[in-house]
Design a protein around this ligand. Sequence first.
Ligand code: 8YV
Length: 315
Amino acid sequence: MTKPDILQVGYYPDWDQEPLNAAFNMHKYFETSKKAAFLAKVGPSIKGIATRGELGITQAMLDACPNIEIVSVYGVGYDAVDIAACTARGIHVTNTPDVLTNDVADLGIAMMLAQSRGMIGASEWVHNGSWKTKGLYPLQSRVWGKKVGVLGLGRIGFEVAKRLAGFDLDIAYSDVSAKDYAPDWKFIQDPITLAKHADFLFVTLAASADTQHIVGKDVLDALGPDGMVINISRAANIDEEALLNALESKSVGSAALDVFEGEPALNPRFLALKNVMLQPHHASGTYETRKAMGKLVRDNLVAHFAGRPLLTKVN
Ligand code: 8YV
C-alpha cells in the first residue's frame, strides 16, 4: 500500500518523527520559508495534517489541500483549528486529551508555589551571593489556607483543584454548571464573584469564542492587589492588555503564565515586570507526556487510514 501524504505543520521529536516517517510521507511545512509555493506543490496529494495544539491549521492549508481526511492535533486544545470548517468538509479532527492532564496541573501548582514564595528570586539571591552580602531574603506570601478560584472545572481544572486540596486551600470553581464530581468545592458561577472570593485564580478553560477575554479588567479588579492569576490554558482566555495594565499598576498582585498572545514573540511589557512568572508554553513538556501525545497523534492517523475507529476524536 502506498503511504498516505501528511502535511506536518510543526516540529516533533525524533521518537515521533521516525515512526511517522515510516508510516507516512511527511511533508514538513515548518521547514520551508516559501509556504504558499510549498502548499501549492504538495497540497493536492495531502490526505492528512499533523499539527500541534498552539499551531493548529490555517485557511490557506485547507484551501490548498482539497483531499484532507483528517487533522491530528498534538495537544488537548484545538482552538487553533476551525472545527466547523473541517466538519463541513467531512474532515475528522483528533486531539490528545487525558495524557497531559496531570502534567499541566502539576506545572500550574508549581508556578503558583514558586511565584507566591518568590523561589526564582530566592534562588538568584543565593546564586549571586546576595545572601552573604545583603542578608535575609524578603518575606513572601503564604499559600496554604488561602482561597483559590478555578475558572473551568474540566479535566485539568479538576486535577488542579484536587492537588490544591492537599494544601488546605479553600476551593471554589466556576463552570457552566455545578459539577456532581466536585461536591466538596464551592460553585461560584460568575467569574467576577469567583475572583473576588479568591487569592489565587487559576484559568483552566478550554478556549473558544465564548471564553475569549473572559478574564478582563472587571475580573482582574475583583482579584485585587493581593491576588495572583495563573494561566495554563490559552492566552485568549485573558484580556492581555488589561492584565499588563493591572500588573504594571499593581491593581493585581502577580501572575504566573504559560501562554501568551503571539507566542513565542510575547509582548515585551511582560519582560519588564517583576511580579510575573513566565513559562514557555511548557505545561505538557515532560518526556513521558510528550511521548504519549506523539503516540496518540500517530495512532489516530494510523487508525484512520486503516479504516479503524479514531481513538480521541473531536468532531
Ligand atoms: C501544546 C497545548 O500542544 O495541549 C495543548 O493544548 O497547548 C500543548 O500541549 C504543546 O506545546 C505541544 O505543541
